[in-house]
Design a binder for this molecule. Structure first.
Ligand code: CAA
Length: 379
Protein backbone atom coordinates (compact mmCIF):
# COMPACT_ATOMS: atom_id res chain seq x y z
CA UNK A 1 0.00 0.00 0.00
CA UNK A 2 1.37 3.38 -1.00
CA UNK A 3 0.96 5.97 1.76
CA UNK A 4 2.68 8.78 -0.18
CA UNK A 5 0.57 11.58 -1.64
CA UNK A 6 1.31 12.45 -5.28
CA UNK A 7 2.60 15.86 -6.36
CA UNK A 8 -0.91 16.71 -7.55
CA UNK A 9 -2.45 15.76 -4.20
CA UNK A 10 0.12 17.85 -2.34
CA UNK A 11 -0.67 20.83 -4.57
CA UNK A 12 -4.42 20.46 -3.90
CA UNK A 13 -3.70 20.23 -0.18
CA UNK A 14 -1.65 23.44 -0.24
CA UNK A 15 -4.19 25.30 -2.38
CA UNK A 16 -7.12 24.33 -0.09
CA UNK A 17 -5.09 25.09 3.06
CA UNK A 18 -3.99 28.52 1.79
CA UNK A 19 -7.55 29.39 0.83
CA UNK A 20 -8.93 28.22 4.20
CA UNK A 21 -6.30 30.05 6.26
CA UNK A 22 -6.15 33.27 4.22
CA UNK A 23 -9.78 33.67 3.20
CA UNK A 24 -12.05 31.63 5.48
CA UNK A 25 -10.32 31.95 8.84
CA UNK A 26 -10.50 35.76 9.31
CA UNK A 27 -14.31 35.96 9.45
CA UNK A 28 -15.23 32.47 10.60
CA UNK A 29 -16.07 33.35 14.22
CA UNK A 30 -18.31 36.22 13.17
CA UNK A 31 -20.09 34.17 10.48
CA UNK A 32 -20.67 31.37 13.01
CA UNK A 33 -21.96 33.69 15.72
CA UNK A 34 -24.32 35.62 13.45
CA UNK A 35 -25.22 32.72 11.14
CA UNK A 36 -23.99 34.61 8.08
CA UNK A 37 -23.93 32.45 4.97
CA UNK A 38 -20.55 32.28 3.24
CA UNK A 39 -22.01 32.83 -0.26
CA UNK A 40 -19.07 34.83 -1.63
CA UNK A 41 -16.59 32.21 -0.36
CA UNK A 42 -18.54 29.38 -1.99
CA UNK A 43 -18.27 31.32 -5.27
CA UNK A 44 -14.49 31.54 -4.79
CA UNK A 45 -14.37 27.83 -4.00
CA UNK A 46 -16.14 27.25 -7.31
CA UNK A 47 -13.50 29.35 -9.09
CA UNK A 48 -10.79 27.24 -7.44
CA UNK A 49 -12.44 24.07 -8.78
CA UNK A 50 -13.55 22.84 -5.35
CA UNK A 51 -17.29 22.51 -6.01
CA UNK A 52 -17.19 19.84 -8.72
CA UNK A 53 -13.86 18.24 -8.00
CA UNK A 54 -14.54 14.76 -9.36
CA UNK A 55 -16.69 15.81 -12.32
CA UNK A 56 -15.38 15.39 -15.86
CA UNK A 57 -14.03 18.74 -17.17
CA UNK A 58 -16.41 18.45 -20.14
CA UNK A 59 -19.22 19.06 -17.62
CA UNK A 60 -17.43 21.93 -15.90
CA UNK A 61 -15.67 19.90 -13.19
CA UNK A 62 -12.02 19.53 -12.17
CA UNK A 63 -11.65 15.85 -13.18
CA UNK A 64 -9.80 14.88 -10.01
CA UNK A 65 -9.95 11.67 -8.01
CA UNK A 66 -11.72 11.01 -4.71
CA UNK A 67 -8.49 11.28 -2.72
CA UNK A 68 -7.93 14.84 -3.99
CA UNK A 69 -11.50 15.64 -2.89
CA UNK A 70 -10.93 14.12 0.56
CA UNK A 71 -7.70 16.07 1.01
CA UNK A 72 -9.35 19.37 0.05
CA UNK A 73 -12.38 18.64 2.26
CA UNK A 74 -10.05 17.95 5.20
CA UNK A 75 -8.20 21.26 4.80
CA UNK A 76 -11.40 23.35 4.49
CA UNK A 77 -12.91 21.49 7.47
CA UNK A 78 -10.01 22.40 9.75
CA UNK A 79 -11.28 25.98 9.49
CA UNK A 80 -14.89 26.34 8.29
CA UNK A 81 -17.38 23.48 8.36
CA UNK A 82 -20.28 25.53 7.05
CA UNK A 83 -18.30 25.88 3.82
CA UNK A 84 -17.11 22.28 3.83
CA UNK A 85 -20.62 20.84 4.23
CA UNK A 86 -21.84 22.95 1.29
CA UNK A 87 -18.84 21.65 -0.66
CA UNK A 88 -19.51 18.05 0.37
CA UNK A 89 -23.21 18.06 -0.54
CA UNK A 90 -22.57 19.80 -3.86
CA UNK A 91 -19.71 17.46 -4.82
CA UNK A 92 -20.64 14.06 -3.55
CA UNK A 93 -24.41 14.03 -3.44
CA UNK A 94 -25.58 16.42 -6.15
CA UNK A 95 -22.80 16.47 -8.79
CA UNK A 96 -21.95 12.80 -8.35
CA UNK A 97 -25.59 11.75 -8.63
CA UNK A 98 -26.17 13.84 -11.75
CA UNK A 99 -22.96 12.72 -13.46
CA UNK A 100 -23.39 9.02 -12.67
CA UNK A 101 -27.12 8.66 -13.28
CA UNK A 102 -28.32 11.74 -15.19
CA UNK A 103 -28.86 11.78 -18.95
CA UNK A 104 -26.94 14.00 -21.37
CA UNK A 105 -29.54 16.81 -21.35
CA UNK A 106 -29.65 16.85 -17.54
CA UNK A 107 -25.85 16.99 -17.37
CA UNK A 108 -25.69 19.87 -19.87
CA UNK A 109 -28.46 21.85 -18.20
CA UNK A 110 -27.92 21.14 -14.49
CA UNK A 111 -24.53 19.54 -13.86
CA UNK A 112 -22.37 22.12 -15.67
CA UNK A 113 -23.33 25.15 -13.54
CA UNK A 114 -23.19 23.06 -10.35
CA UNK A 115 -19.77 21.55 -11.07
CA UNK A 116 -18.28 24.94 -11.91
CA UNK A 117 -19.69 26.43 -8.70
CA UNK A 118 -21.81 28.94 -10.59
CA UNK A 119 -24.83 27.37 -8.88
CA UNK A 120 -25.27 25.34 -5.69
CA UNK A 121 -27.21 22.12 -5.29
CA UNK A 122 -29.17 20.47 -2.48
CA UNK A 123 -30.08 16.84 -1.79
CA UNK A 124 -33.55 16.37 -0.36
CA UNK A 125 -34.21 13.02 1.28
CA UNK A 126 -35.00 13.69 4.96
CA UNK A 127 -38.55 14.44 6.07
CA UNK A 128 -40.18 15.22 9.42
CA UNK A 129 -41.08 11.52 9.74
CA UNK A 130 -38.42 9.93 7.53
CA UNK A 131 -34.87 10.54 8.76
CA UNK A 132 -33.01 7.31 9.44
CA UNK A 133 -36.05 5.38 8.18
CA UNK A 134 -35.54 6.74 4.70
CA UNK A 135 -37.82 4.28 2.88
CA UNK A 136 -40.86 5.83 4.67
CA UNK A 137 -41.08 8.77 2.27
CA UNK A 138 -44.31 10.78 2.67
CA UNK A 139 -43.57 13.30 -0.09
CA UNK A 140 -45.48 12.22 -3.17
CA UNK A 141 -44.70 12.60 -6.87
CA UNK A 142 -47.90 11.60 -8.64
CA UNK A 143 -47.47 10.65 -12.30
CA UNK A 144 -49.68 13.03 -14.33
CA UNK A 145 -48.51 11.98 -17.78
CA UNK A 146 -45.93 14.52 -18.90
CA UNK A 147 -45.20 15.83 -15.41
CA UNK A 148 -45.10 14.76 -11.74
CA UNK A 149 -47.26 16.56 -9.18
CA UNK A 150 -44.99 17.00 -6.16
CA UNK A 151 -46.43 17.47 -2.65
CA UNK A 152 -44.80 17.23 0.76
CA UNK A 153 -42.20 18.58 3.15
CA UNK A 154 -38.45 18.00 3.35
CA UNK A 155 -36.38 19.07 6.32
CA UNK A 156 -32.78 19.48 7.45
CA UNK A 157 -31.83 20.39 3.88
CA UNK A 158 -28.25 21.62 3.61
CA UNK A 159 -27.83 24.54 1.14
CA UNK A 160 -31.61 24.99 1.40
CA UNK A 161 -31.48 28.77 0.89
CA UNK A 162 -28.48 29.10 -1.41
CA UNK A 163 -29.27 26.24 -3.77
CA UNK A 164 -30.81 26.69 -7.19
CA UNK A 165 -31.10 22.99 -8.03
CA UNK A 166 -32.68 20.45 -5.68
CA UNK A 167 -32.64 16.66 -6.07
CA UNK A 168 -35.92 15.65 -4.42
CA UNK A 169 -36.73 12.08 -3.44
CA UNK A 170 -40.48 11.30 -3.49
CA UNK A 171 -42.88 8.37 -3.50
CA UNK A 172 -44.75 7.65 -6.74
CA UNK A 173 -46.04 4.10 -6.19
CA UNK A 174 -46.54 3.46 -2.45
CA UNK A 175 -47.58 -0.15 -3.05
CA UNK A 176 -44.07 -0.82 -4.41
CA UNK A 177 -42.53 0.62 -1.20
CA UNK A 178 -38.91 1.76 -1.80
CA UNK A 179 -39.07 0.48 -5.38
CA UNK A 180 -41.80 3.06 -6.11
CA UNK A 181 -39.64 6.05 -5.14
CA UNK A 182 -38.31 8.56 -7.72
CA UNK A 183 -35.75 11.35 -7.72
CA UNK A 184 -36.69 14.60 -9.43
CA UNK A 185 -34.68 17.70 -10.31
CA UNK A 186 -36.57 20.69 -8.91
CA UNK A 187 -35.55 24.26 -9.67
CA UNK A 188 -35.88 27.19 -7.33
CA UNK A 189 -38.75 29.35 -8.52
CA UNK A 190 -41.01 26.50 -9.66
CA UNK A 191 -44.57 27.41 -8.72
CA UNK A 192 -45.60 25.89 -5.38
CA UNK A 193 -42.03 25.39 -4.13
CA UNK A 194 -41.31 27.36 -0.95
CA UNK A 195 -38.04 27.51 1.00
CA UNK A 196 -38.79 27.76 4.73
CA UNK A 197 -36.71 29.66 7.31
CA UNK A 198 -33.14 28.70 8.19
CA UNK A 199 -32.63 26.50 11.27
CA UNK A 200 -30.80 28.00 14.28
CA UNK A 201 -28.23 25.28 14.99
CA UNK A 202 -25.65 24.22 17.58
CA UNK A 203 -22.86 24.00 15.00
CA UNK A 204 -22.19 24.68 11.31
CA UNK A 205 -24.19 27.79 12.09
CA UNK A 206 -23.48 29.72 8.91
CA UNK A 207 -24.56 26.77 6.76
CA UNK A 208 -28.14 27.19 5.58
CA UNK A 209 -30.31 24.28 6.72
CA UNK A 210 -33.98 24.64 5.77
CA UNK A 211 -37.37 23.03 5.61
CA UNK A 212 -38.67 22.89 2.02
CA UNK A 213 -42.37 22.86 1.16
CA UNK A 214 -43.80 21.48 -2.08
CA UNK A 215 -47.40 22.30 -2.80
CA UNK A 216 -48.67 20.99 -6.16
CA UNK A 217 -45.33 21.62 -7.86
CA UNK A 218 -45.42 20.50 -11.51
CA UNK A 219 -42.09 18.88 -12.28
CA UNK A 220 -41.57 17.94 -15.94
CA UNK A 221 -41.11 14.21 -16.61
CA UNK A 222 -37.70 14.89 -18.17
CA UNK A 223 -36.50 16.01 -14.72
CA UNK A 224 -36.67 12.47 -13.34
CA UNK A 225 -33.22 10.93 -12.93
CA UNK A 226 -32.98 7.31 -14.03
CA UNK A 227 -35.78 4.82 -14.58
CA UNK A 228 -39.16 4.90 -12.83
CA UNK A 229 -38.65 3.66 -9.25
CA UNK A 230 -34.88 4.27 -9.17
CA UNK A 231 -35.02 7.07 -6.57
CA UNK A 232 -34.22 5.09 -3.44
CA UNK A 233 -31.28 3.29 -5.04
CA UNK A 234 -30.11 6.70 -6.25
CA UNK A 235 -30.25 8.06 -2.70
CA UNK A 236 -28.39 5.10 -1.19
CA UNK A 237 -25.75 5.08 -3.90
CA UNK A 238 -25.02 8.81 -3.63
CA UNK A 239 -25.00 8.63 0.18
CA UNK A 240 -22.27 5.97 0.03
CA UNK A 241 -20.02 8.60 -1.54
CA UNK A 242 -21.44 11.42 0.59
CA UNK A 243 -20.31 9.54 3.68
CA UNK A 244 -16.72 9.72 2.43
CA UNK A 245 -17.11 13.50 2.24
CA UNK A 246 -18.50 13.74 5.77
CA UNK A 247 -15.79 11.37 7.04
CA UNK A 248 -13.22 13.73 5.50
CA UNK A 249 -14.98 16.64 7.19
CA UNK A 250 -14.79 14.87 10.56
CA UNK A 251 -11.12 14.07 9.95
CA UNK A 252 -10.46 17.75 9.20
CA UNK A 253 -12.25 18.82 12.40
CA UNK A 254 -10.12 16.41 14.47
CA UNK A 255 -6.93 17.53 12.73
CA UNK A 256 -7.81 21.19 13.20
CA UNK A 257 -8.42 20.66 16.92
CA UNK A 258 -5.22 18.63 17.23
CA UNK A 259 -3.03 21.18 15.43
CA UNK A 260 -4.38 23.97 17.61
CA UNK A 261 -3.80 21.86 20.74
CA UNK A 262 -0.16 21.14 19.83
CA UNK A 263 0.49 24.82 19.13
CA UNK A 264 -1.19 25.87 22.38
CA UNK A 265 0.68 23.25 24.44
CA UNK A 266 4.00 24.58 23.12
CA UNK A 267 3.25 28.19 23.97
CA UNK A 268 1.27 27.97 27.25
CA UNK A 269 3.29 27.88 30.46
CA UNK A 270 2.29 26.38 33.82
CA UNK A 271 4.28 25.11 36.81
CA UNK A 272 7.42 26.83 35.48
CA UNK A 273 7.51 25.29 32.01
CA UNK A 274 5.49 24.84 28.83
CA UNK A 275 2.50 22.56 29.33
CA UNK A 276 3.80 20.38 26.47
CA UNK A 277 6.37 19.15 29.01
CA UNK A 278 3.61 17.71 31.22
CA UNK A 279 2.90 14.03 30.70
CA UNK A 280 -0.83 14.66 31.25
CA UNK A 281 -0.80 16.78 28.08
CA UNK A 282 1.68 14.59 26.19
CA UNK A 283 -0.49 11.49 26.62
CA UNK A 284 -3.57 13.31 25.39
CA UNK A 285 -1.67 14.44 22.28
CA UNK A 286 -0.30 10.92 21.74
CA UNK A 287 -3.81 9.44 21.79
CA UNK A 288 -5.10 12.15 19.47
CA UNK A 289 -2.27 11.66 16.96
CA UNK A 290 -2.81 7.89 16.89
CA UNK A 291 -6.57 8.09 16.45
CA UNK A 292 -6.28 10.72 13.72
CA UNK A 293 -3.88 8.46 11.82
CA UNK A 294 -6.33 5.54 12.11
CA UNK A 295 -9.24 7.71 10.94
CA UNK A 296 -7.17 9.03 8.03
CA UNK A 297 -6.34 5.49 6.87
CA UNK A 298 -10.04 4.54 6.89
CA UNK A 299 -11.04 7.67 4.97
CA UNK A 300 -8.24 7.27 2.41
CA UNK A 301 -9.09 3.58 1.97
CA UNK A 302 -12.73 4.36 1.19
CA UNK A 303 -11.58 7.03 -1.29
CA UNK A 304 -9.19 4.61 -3.00
CA UNK A 305 -11.87 1.90 -3.29
CA UNK A 306 -14.21 4.43 -4.93
CA UNK A 307 -11.45 5.50 -7.33
CA UNK A 308 -10.83 1.90 -8.27
CA UNK A 309 -14.51 1.30 -8.99
CA UNK A 310 -14.83 -1.25 -6.18
CA UNK A 311 -17.66 -1.54 -3.63
CA UNK A 312 -17.06 1.13 -1.02
CA UNK A 313 -20.39 1.21 0.85
CA UNK A 314 -19.05 -0.55 3.96
CA UNK A 315 -15.70 1.23 3.83
CA UNK A 316 -17.39 4.64 3.66
CA UNK A 317 -19.70 3.74 6.56
CA UNK A 318 -16.69 2.63 8.64
CA UNK A 319 -14.76 5.79 7.74
CA UNK A 320 -17.69 8.03 8.72
CA UNK A 321 -18.47 6.10 11.92
CA UNK A 322 -14.89 6.21 13.16
CA UNK A 323 -13.82 9.65 11.95
CA UNK A 324 -16.92 11.30 13.43
CA UNK A 325 -16.30 9.60 16.80
CA UNK A 326 -12.69 10.78 16.73
CA UNK A 327 -13.79 14.32 15.82
CA UNK A 328 -16.27 14.47 18.70
CA UNK A 329 -13.90 13.03 21.32
CA UNK A 330 -10.87 14.99 20.22
CA UNK A 331 -12.56 18.36 20.08
CA UNK A 332 -13.66 17.81 23.70
CA UNK A 333 -10.06 16.87 24.56
CA UNK A 334 -8.75 19.93 22.70
CA UNK A 335 -10.92 22.18 24.88
CA UNK A 336 -9.54 20.41 27.96
CA UNK A 337 -5.96 21.06 26.81
CA UNK A 338 -6.78 24.73 26.25
CA UNK A 339 -8.44 25.00 29.68
CA UNK A 340 -10.58 28.12 30.10
CA UNK A 341 -9.30 29.52 26.78
CA UNK A 342 -10.79 26.53 25.02
CA UNK A 343 -14.22 27.54 26.29
CA UNK A 344 -14.19 30.92 24.54
CA UNK A 345 -14.65 31.58 20.85
CA UNK A 346 -11.29 33.19 20.05
CA UNK A 347 -9.43 29.88 20.31
CA UNK A 348 -11.68 28.12 17.76
CA UNK A 349 -11.82 24.70 19.44
CA UNK A 350 -15.26 25.24 21.00
CA UNK A 351 -16.64 25.87 17.49
CA UNK A 352 -14.95 22.73 16.19
CA UNK A 353 -16.58 20.76 19.02
CA UNK A 354 -20.02 22.14 18.12
CA UNK A 355 -19.37 21.36 14.44
CA UNK A 356 -18.14 17.83 15.23
CA UNK A 357 -21.50 16.69 16.62
CA UNK A 358 -23.35 16.91 13.32
CA UNK A 359 -20.89 14.51 11.65
CA UNK A 360 -22.36 11.78 13.89
CA UNK A 361 -25.86 12.65 12.66
CA UNK A 362 -26.12 13.78 9.02
CA UNK A 363 -25.79 11.56 5.95
CA UNK A 364 -26.71 8.65 8.22
CA UNK A 365 -26.34 8.63 12.00
CA UNK A 366 -23.60 6.55 13.63
CA UNK A 367 -26.26 3.94 14.36
CA UNK A 368 -27.19 3.77 10.65
CA UNK A 369 -23.49 3.36 9.76
CA UNK A 370 -23.45 0.37 12.14
CA UNK A 371 -26.52 -1.06 10.37
CA UNK A 372 -24.69 -0.78 7.03
CA UNK A 373 -21.43 -2.23 8.42
CA UNK A 374 -23.07 -5.10 10.29
CA UNK A 375 -25.07 -6.10 7.20
CA UNK A 376 -21.78 -6.34 5.32
CA UNK A 377 -20.16 -8.33 8.11
CA UNK A 378 -23.06 -10.80 8.31
CA UNK A 379 -23.82 -11.15 4.58
N1 CAA B 1 -25.83 1.19 -0.80
C1 CAA B 1 -26.54 0.68 -1.86
N2 CAA B 1 -27.79 0.20 -1.72
C2 CAA B 1 -28.31 0.19 -0.47
C3 CAA B 1 -27.63 0.68 0.65
C4 CAA B 1 -26.33 1.19 0.46
N3 CAA B 1 -25.61 1.71 1.46
N4 CAA B 1 -28.42 0.55 1.74
C5 CAA B 1 -29.57 0.00 1.32
N5 CAA B 1 -29.50 -0.22 -0.01
C6 CAA B 1 -30.53 -0.82 -0.87
C7 CAA B 1 -30.78 -2.27 -0.46
O1 CAA B 1 -29.88 -3.14 -1.11
C8 CAA B 1 -32.22 -2.46 -0.91
O2 CAA B 1 -32.26 -2.69 -2.29
P1 CAA B 1 -33.08 -3.95 -2.92
O3 CAA B 1 -34.50 -3.75 -2.53
O4 CAA B 1 -32.83 -3.88 -4.37
O5 CAA B 1 -32.50 -5.17 -2.27
C9 CAA B 1 -32.85 -1.09 -0.68
O6 CAA B 1 -31.77 -0.16 -0.66
C10 CAA B 1 -33.64 -0.99 0.59
O7 CAA B 1 -32.77 -1.32 1.64
P2 CAA B 1 -33.22 -2.07 2.94
O8 CAA B 1 -34.21 -3.15 2.61
O9 CAA B 1 -31.98 -2.45 3.65
O10 CAA B 1 -34.04 -0.93 3.70
P3 CAA B 1 -34.10 -0.62 5.24
O11 CAA B 1 -35.26 0.29 5.41
O12 CAA B 1 -34.03 -1.85 6.06
O13 CAA B 1 -32.72 0.16 5.58
C11 CAA B 1 -31.23 2.02 5.50
C12 CAA B 1 -32.20 1.14 4.75
C13 CAA B 1 -29.82 1.52 5.27
C14 CAA B 1 -31.49 2.12 7.00
C15 CAA B 1 -31.47 3.39 4.82
O14 CAA B 1 -32.80 3.79 5.06
C16 CAA B 1 -30.53 4.48 5.27
O15 CAA B 1 -29.39 4.53 4.80
N6 CAA B 1 -31.02 5.39 6.13
C17 CAA B 1 -30.26 6.58 6.46
C18 CAA B 1 -30.64 7.70 5.55
C19 CAA B 1 -29.63 8.79 5.55
O16 CAA B 1 -28.43 8.57 5.49
N7 CAA B 1 -30.15 10.01 5.56
C20 CAA B 1 -29.30 11.15 5.47
C21 CAA B 1 -30.06 12.28 4.91
S1 CAA B 1 -29.23 13.12 3.67
C22 CAA B 1 -28.31 14.30 4.44
O17 CAA B 1 -28.07 14.31 5.61
C23 CAA B 1 -27.76 15.28 3.45
C24 CAA B 1 -27.47 16.62 3.92
O18 CAA B 1 -28.13 17.58 3.58
C25 CAA B 1 -26.21 16.86 4.71
Amino acid sequence: MNFELSEEHLMIEKMARDFAVNELLPGVIDRDEHQIMATEYLKKMGELGLMGMMVDPKYGGSGMDTLAYVIAMTEISKIDNSCSVAMSVNNSLVCYGLEKYGNEEQKEKYLKPLASGEKIGAFCLSEPEAGSDATSQKTTAVDMGDYYLLNGTKNWITNGTQASTYLVIAQTNPELKHKGINVLIVEKGMEGFVVGPKENKLGIRSSDTNTLLFNDVKVPKENRIGADGFGFKFAMSTLNGGRIGIAAQALGIAMGAFERSVAYAKERSAFGDKISKLQAIQFKLADMATEIEAAKLLVYKAARLKNEGKDYSHASAMAKLYASKVAMEQTVEAIQIHGGYGYVKEYHVERLMRDAKITQIYEGTSEIQKVVISRGVLS
